[in-house]
Each structure stands twice: as structure tokens, then as C-alpha cells.
Design a protein around this ligand. Structure first.
Ligand SMILES: Nc1ncnc2c1ncn2[C@@H]1O[C@H](COP(=O)(O)OP(=O)(O)OP(=O)(O)O)[C@@H](O)[C@H]1O
Length: 494
């Protein structure tokens, strides 16, 4: 049995770390009759938000109604559940009939696919006759309206000091002998993620009665090999077997290693060998997905085989010379700074508006493809078309392609894109033009966009952007059909 489930706290007192948040949460519940506000618990994965919600319900004797924001695809579903929640309150009248409505992934309500989803959740939060707890990883991914309708409680990462006693308790209950150092290392390795620490403990002690400090290290690595030398082996020199064997000495998890390889392989591979390499990486990624879904870490070896031996075997001819390999910069940079987020969100909004998708689909599903297809502007024509189609400037092109913003290459691409756009504007039909300008000027069909929402000065661009898409549904759809009228869009290249 999964230990994170087996040892899920059943009362609030068992939720470790985050004492302040826990007290605030309890206070919210105790005074709910007076304020009737919803609450949002937000913070990184695995720090106990969901556990706290269920533990509170348990402490109070309130049955829970669980909703998942990303599954609740339509307004109807939410309204039905809200209705149920409300009805069950009226039936029993008073405290004993309380239910706790727990909605997971409140930061993951998609604009377009779940049309009106955000609005439905916001009205659920405002109107439900029962206490509602929203759970989110990123508070600022939630729409502003939704944020304003809730009380906010932040769950911080759980300190190593608080993680170790949890691991110790579990070891005692499972009759596993342990060295203190081993538990310290597991706690440190997981930096603040208690769920991760419990999972590692389970994986490392599987089928054994003890754990020593050494196991925590040797389970992962013997002598560490630099990642750059390793990339040389996989991409340039090694045969499949050598690539696989030396991967055992690399100090990266398979989840990170795959990004290192995927990001750097197109610097040396081309054509059919690159396609074969991506085939192997795709298979590796499937295995990583299976690990996540089943928590069966023995599948890691198949992921490893594919991403290392598979890629090495995909090499068509000997590679020479020196290549500037870099960290998986594109995705790991994301979200790190406000500026980066702003750039990312601008591009996502442009793609969403022109392709008729939600911002989140643009960001999660379209941008990675664009990044791969235009990597380092290798395919110049495609990069120009992309910049023209989405009205991108040098900083945007540099963000997507991973090339330096000031390079001549990027500057000249942006210039050509501008010319292409000018030509197309002249050539475009009046109808298509009207559709486009509608997005810019008429998208204010509700109060949603009255709060400064071009995103220019907003500290929370992603938030305002999702509302923009909501607010311009009709126009976005018009645009979708415009694509057939000769506008250059991503779909032309896929
Ligand atoms: N603060 C905590 N105290 C005790 N156990 C915890 C705590 N945080 C996490 N855990 C353990 O990790 C598991 C997962 O935690 P939980 O689902 O509550 O995290 P979460 O913050 O809601 O994460 P996510 O955002 O991914 O849903 C729990 O079942 C429990 O075993």
C-alpha cells in the first residue's frame, strides 16, 4: 500500500509543519457561520493542503463533497454539486448538517475548454450554503475574481526538521531500522515536499528491513559524472550500452535527465536520426508517466533505457567537434521571474487568441511544440512565420527558440516577420481584418477586462489573461474560422 495514503493525517493535529496555516484554517472553520467565506489553501505540491482539508472535516464530523476543478468541465456539473451542497444544508438545518466542499486544482480551470468554468466556480464559492475549501498550487494562476471571493491561507514547504519525525514514525510503524542520517538525507533531498520524502522512503526500503545513510546515496549514484560529459557520451560518442551504463553515474533524476537530453540532442542530430531520437525520448516519457501513475519506480529502468541507450542507438553517424550543451533552459526558466512569466503569458495569449484555444492549452500544449520546431531558429522560415502569425518581437522569439535576443539572427527574423505581416495585412480580406481588430478593441464585453487587463502593468498577467479569453469567446471563435482564410497559423505547420 502506498504509504502516503496509509499515513495520511486523519486529524489536523497530525498535519506537520505549517502550524500558523493550520491554526488559521481551523479558525476559518470555527467562525464560518459568521463570515460564510470560502477559503483557498495554496502552496507547493505535497505539503499537506488536501490532507488538512480532509483532516479538518474529520475533526468537525463534516462529510466532504469532493470536486476536481479540471474535471468539472461544465458549469452544469458545478451547479449541480453546489445545489446538492446547498440542499443538504437546508435539509438538516444547522451545524450538524454541514458538509465541507473540497475543490482540488482550483488553479487549473481552463478558460476555453471549460467555458464559463471560472465563473461557475466563482459563483459556487459565493453562493454555496456550505463551507468551501479550494486547493491550489499557484494562487496567482487563479482568476482575480475567484481570489477575491476567498480567504487565503498559504501552506509553506515543510522544513527538514518537521519531515524527519514523520519518516521516523513511519519507520517505527513499519519495523524498519534506520540511521538518522538516512532520514535526514531523504528529507533534504525532497526540499520541503513531505509527500516526496515519504515516497522515497518507501521506494528505498522496499523489500528490506533497514535503511542506512549509504543507501540513500548509493541507491541514486556512485561516482558522479558531470552532465556535460554525459551528454557527449549519449549524443556524440557512446554506443547504446556505454550510454546506458554511464547514465548510472549521472547525478540527475530520470525526470530531469530526459529534459537535458531532449533539449540538447537537436544541436547535433538532424533529420531521420533526430526523429528516431525523439521516438526514443517519447517512449521514455511514457514510462516516466507510468511511474507517476503507478508509483512503481522499477519502471524507471525502461525510461532510462530509452532515453540513454535509445538515443545513442538513434545516432546515424559519428559526431565530432565540440557542442555548447546547455541546461534545459526553456522550460526550467519558466515562471522563475516576473519578466519571464510576462513574456510567456504574452505569447500564450497571442496563440490562444489567434488559434481559438485556451491560454492554458496554448502554454502547455502548443508552446512546447513551437519551441521544439523553432529550436535555435534552425528552421528560419518557420520561425519567421511563427513570429508573423503571433506578432512576436525579439524577446518573444528569443524566449521560444532559446536563441539570444540580440543576435542578428533573431533581429533579422523579426524584421522579416514584420514585412510578412505587413504584406498579409494588405492582402487580408476586410472580414479577416475585422475579426482580428475585434479581439483588440471589442473584447471588453464584460466587467472582466476593466481591471487593466492588457496585462501591461499587471503583477499577475496569467490571471488577467485567462479572463481575457473568457471575455472574448465569441471573437476567438470567429478567428478560428479565419484561419481557413489564409492566415498563417501554427496549424499550417503541424
Ligand atoms: N504537512 C503534512 N503533515 C503530514 N503528512 C503530510 C503533510 N504534507 C504531506 N503529507 C503526506 O503527503 C501526502 C500528500 O499530501 P497532500 O495531498 O495533503 O499534499 P498537497 O499539499 O495537497 O499536495 P498537492 O498540491 O499535490 O495536492 C499525505 O497523504 C501525507 O502522507
Amino acid at each position: 500500500m502506498d504509504w502516503t495514503e496509509k499515513y495520511r493525517p486523519s486529524t489536523l493535529a497530525e498535519v506537520r509543519g505549517n502550524d500558523k496555516a493550520r491554526d488559521a484554517f481551523e479558525e476559518w472553520a470555527d467562525s464560518w457561520e459568521d463570515h460564510r467565506e470560502a477559503v483557498v489553501l495554496h502552496g507547493s505540491p505535497g505539503v499537506g493542503k488536501t490532507s488538512a482539508a480532509h483532516a479538518l472535516a474529520n475533526d468537525k464530523g463534516w462529510p466532504t463533497i469532493e470536486l476536481n476543478a479540471s474535471d468539472a468541465r461544465t458549469k452544469d456539473v458545478i451547479e449541480r454539486v453546489a445545489g446538492e451542497a446547498a440542499r443538504s444544508g437546508t435539509l438538516s438545518q444547522g451545524g450538524s448538517g454541514r458538509r465541507l466542499v473540497v475543490m482540488d486544482e482550483a488553479d487549473n480551470i481552463h478558460g476555453n475548454a471549460d467555458r464559463g468554468g471560472t465563473r461557475a466556480v466563482t459563483s459556487l464559492v459565493k453562493e454555496a450554503d456550505q463551507p468551501v475549501v479550494l486547493i491550489a498550487n499557484d494562487f496567482y494562476e487563479m482568476s482575480k475574481g475567484l481570489r477575491n471571493a476567498c480567504r487565503e491561507i498559504e501552506f509553506r514547504e515543510v522544513s527538514t526538521r518537521s519531515i524527519v519525525p514523520v519518516l521516523r514514525d513511519i519507520c517505527r510503524k513499519e519495523s524498519i531500522e534506520f540511521e538518522d542520517d538516512a532520514l535526514d538525507r531523504i528529507a533534504e533531498m525532497n526540499s520541503g515536499d513531505l509527500r516526496g520524502a515519504i515516497k522515497d522512503l518507501q521506494a528505498l526500503t522496499e523489500g528490506r528491513g533497514s535503511i542506512e545513510a549509504e543507501d540513500v546515496i548509493t541507491g541514486e549514484r556512485d561516482t558522479t559524472q558531470g552532465i556535460f560529459e554525459y551528454l557527449d557520451v549519449v549524443i556524440k560518442e557512446g554506443d547504446a550500452e556505454t550510454a546506458l551504463k554511464s547514465s548510472y553515474d549521472v547525478d540527475e533524476t530520470p525526470d530531469d535527465l530526459i529534459n537535458w537530453i531532449a533539449d540538447n540532442v537537436p544541436k547535433d542530430f538532424e533529420g531521420a536520426e533526430l526523429a528516431r531520437a525523439y521516438g526514443a525520448l517519447a517512449r521514455a516519457d511514457q514510462w516516466l508517466g507510468r511511474v507517476r501513475a503507478t508509483q512503481n519506480y522499477s519502471f524507471w529502468k525502461y525510461a532510462g533505457d530509452n532515453m540513454t541507450a535509445g538515443v545513442a542507438a538513434a545516432r546515424g553517424e559519428q559526431k565530432g567537434g565540440w557542442t555548447r550543451y546547455g541546461p534545459p533552459s526553456y522550460w526550467s526558466k519558466l515562471g522563475r521571474t516576473k519578466g519571464t512569466r510576462k513574456t510567456r503569458d504574452y505569447i500564450a495569449r497571442e496563440i490562444a487568441t489567434r488559434n481559438g484555444t485556451s491560454i492554458s492549452t496554448a502554454r502547455r500544449e502548443i508552446m512546447p511544440f513551437l519551441a521544439t520546431m523553432t529550436h535555435h531558429c534552425k528552421n528560419r522560415e518557420l520561425t519567421v512565420a511563427m513570429a508573423a502569425a503571433y506578432d512576436l518581437d525579439a524577446s518573444h522569439v528569443s524566449f521560444i527558440t532559446g536563441s539570444g535576443e540580440d543576435t542578428n539572427k533573431v533581429q533579422s527574423i523579426v524584421k522579416d516577420a514584420q514585412e510578412l505581416r505587413d504584406d498579409e495585412t494588405v492582402a487580408a480580406s476586410g472580414e479577416a481584418f475585422a475579426g482580428r481588430s475585434g479581439v483588440d478593441s471589442e473584447g471588453t464585453d464584460g466587467d472582466e477586462r476593466t481591471d487593466g487587463t492588457d496585462g501591461e502593468d499587471s503583477a499577475t498577467p496569467s490571471d488577467s489573461s485567462s479572463e481575457t479569453v473568457d471575455g472574448t469567446e465569441a471573437t476567438v471563435e470567429e478567428n478560428q474560422s479565419d484561419e481557413d482564410d489564409g492566415q498563417t497559423g501554427l496549424s499550417d505547420f503541424m
